[in-house]
Design a protein around this ligand. Structure first.
Ligand code: GLC
Length: 567
């Protein structure tokens, strides 16, 4: 049972056989790697739970909320960076990869969290900020201390094109040139993000050895894998060709540019294979921050022999910010066409919350359930974002001087208010600051915390939170939802997504009305060999289904209907 065609699964199986205790941990009862059917939950440690009431979250805070996560139905948490950091980019500027920032706790707090998570059966994955470090990291301090320093070649140093001009036209993701002059040496260093985030030189084998060692350090402490930050930017054209300029301007008013020579270079894939080799030695999973709207490009991150990233995140749903059945259908078909195991995401710490992206201002709670039903019933692994299960909304800064996010400060206010709005504290109850802290929270909670919080929603059988709990429970136990293939039943319907997840003699039918008006449709499951007479409703919102049978079937505005069928 354990042997399969793919080297990945084969490796995992051999690993499991060689190490029976790990077998229990890395492979489920049917021989699937643990992460395949897992639901991941992204958690921003500054904002999740504040145990010492200083206004920012911490590791003991997370440990105190594991029961909540278990009850929700989460299998793994991805904790965004908690390493020592000057916090220029709120932890994505790491000054020591093998330690914990004091604001979040200590290494023993981490070990305690890992132990508690093991007891709960919740895996932990960390964020590996692999493209760059903080300019306060010892490696960069040494690198910038002298052109002959031991770490000089760990970063990318170049002469300007001419006095006062950077080496080429590449631009930082946070705006402005991607090069900063070091006055002492007269050379420029390269940074794809803020100047305080110099890019590592991955062409230097010493960088690779040091970063691979970082991953081993955490694997030994019990982590189950990493989310790989900004992988597209790991390599740059050594000849520093200028990037082509495209028509139009970006939101900062800069001319658009194609990142042809500093993004997605083929060398990225060679490196990912080697990084995966190290992960495989610990049975670990790699989740990728892999931005592309091209399914063929997404497929490449899995590796030609499934030997790169096991879970490259598919962000296309995040770019569809209106409810459009044809658009979602098209993107599901594209993901399915790769033949790979998809990874769906509808929100994270870099994009406005799904609640506001899809909400119409009137039916937002129902729409939040609709979106949950979509990405949690599709074939694949799902990555949730904390608070999505409550219907948390953005609380964007009201004034430019309040913006904390570096990308928001340079982002083109007021059109772009930065990412603070989607990073606000988790809403635990309706007491001040949503029960997150008794101090002053680092970001303010939105007024809707009074109704959208864990305590209030736990007491309401119709809340978004209860819907998530039911859905996640269903997803974990239903074989068709876990493994079944995807069959589109409504290829031409402009308002409703209708599909089957089919596994042997069982299937789950999913009907999602993406419109604000009632929709009546005839669903033909007989053509797939199933009978509507043997249909059991599993979840239905906003109301129970009006009548038995599927011909015709009326769905209320933004309704979700999920049922089990058999042959
Ligand atoms: C990734 C992170 C983002 C961060 C950037 C630089 O895109 O998700 O939050 O600002 O990398 O590290």
């Amino acid at each position: 049972m354990l042997v399969s065609r793919t080297p990945t699964t084969l490796l995992l199986a051999l690993f499991a056989l060689a190490c029976p205790r790990m077998h229990a941990q890395t492979v489920d009862g049917q021989g699937h790697p643990w992460w395949k059917h897992a639901v991941f939950y992204e958690l921003y440690p500054r904002s999740f739970a504040d145990s010492d009431n200083n206004g920012t979250g911490d590791l003991p805070g997370i440990a105190s909320k594991l029961d909540y996560l278990k009850q929700l139905g989460v299998d793994a948490i991805w904790i965004t960076p908690f390493y020592p950091s000057p916090q220029v980019d709120f932890g994505y500027d790491v000054s020591d990869f093998k330690n914990i920032d004091r604001m979040y706790g200590t290494m023993s707090d981490f070990d305690h969290l890992q132990t508690r998570a093991n007891q709960q059966g919740i895996r932990i994955i960390l964020d590996l900020v692999i493209n760059h470090t903080s300019n306060q990291h010892a490696w960069f301090l040494d690198s910038s201390s002298s052109p002959t320093s031991a770490h000089r070649d760990w970063y990318i140093w170049r002469n300007g094109r001419s006095p006062g001009n950077p080496p080429n036209n590449w631009r930082s993701d946070f705006g402005g040139p991607a090069w900063t002059l070091d006055a002492a040496s007269g050379k420029y260093y390269y940074h794809n993000f803020a100047p305080e985030q110099p890019d590592l030189n991955w062409r230097n084998p010493a960088v690779e050895a040091a970063m691979f060692d970082v991953t081993r350090f955490w694997y030994k402490r019990g982590v189950s894998g990493f989310r790989l930050d900004a992988v597209d930017y790991l390599f740059e054209d050594p000849d520093l060709h200028d990037n082509p300029i495209l028509p139009g301007k970006n939101e900062r008013g800069e001319p658009n540019m194609q990142d042809k020579y500093n993004s997605k270079l083929p060398e990225v894939h060679d490196l990912l294979r080697r990084l995966r080799g190290v992960a495989d030695q610990s049975g670990a999973v790699l989740v990728g921050e892999t931005y592309t709207d091209d399914a063929t490009e997404l497929k490449k991150y899995y590796g030609a022999h499934d030997d790169e990233i096991q879970l490259p995140m598919n962000f296309v749903f995040c770019t569809i910010d209106k409810l459009s059945a044809p658009e979602f259908r098209k993107q599901i078909a594209a993901a399915e066409s790769t033949g790979e195991w998809p990874v769906y995401v509808i929100g994270n710490h870099d994009m406005p919350r799904s609640y506001v992206r899809y909400g119409d201002g009137q039916h937002n709670d129902q729409i939040a359930k609709l979106m949950a039903a979509l990405y949690l019933t599709l074939r694949g692994t799902a990555v949730m974002y904390y608070g999505e299960e409550l219907g948390m909304e953005n609380n964007d800064p009201k004034r430019l001087e309040d913006v904390k996010d570096p990308a928001g400060k340079t982002g083109g206010w007021p059109e772009n208010k930065g990412r603070d709005g989607e990073r606000t504290p988790m809403q635990w109850n309706d007491s001040p600051n949503a029960g997150f802290t008794q101090g002053t929270p680092w970001l303010p909670v939105p007024p809707s915390y009074k109704t959208h919080n864990v305590a209030t929603e736990s007491a309401d059988p119709n809340s978004i939170l209860q819907f998530y709990r039911h859905l996640l429970a269903l997803r974990h136990e239903d074989q068709a939802l876990l493994e079944g293939d995807y069959v589109d039943l409504s290829p031409k319907n402009d308002a409703v997504l209708a599909y089957l997840r089919r596994s042997g003699d069982e299937a789950v039918l999913v009907l999602l009305n993406m419109s604000g008006s009632p929709q009546t449709l005839s669903v033909d499951v007989a053509a797939q060999g199933f009978s509507a007479a043997h249909m059991t409703t599993l979840l239905s919102t906003p109301k129970p289904p009006p009548r038995a049978g599927l011909r015709p079937f009326t769905l209320q505005p933004f309704a979700v209907y999920i049922a089990r069928l058999s042959r």
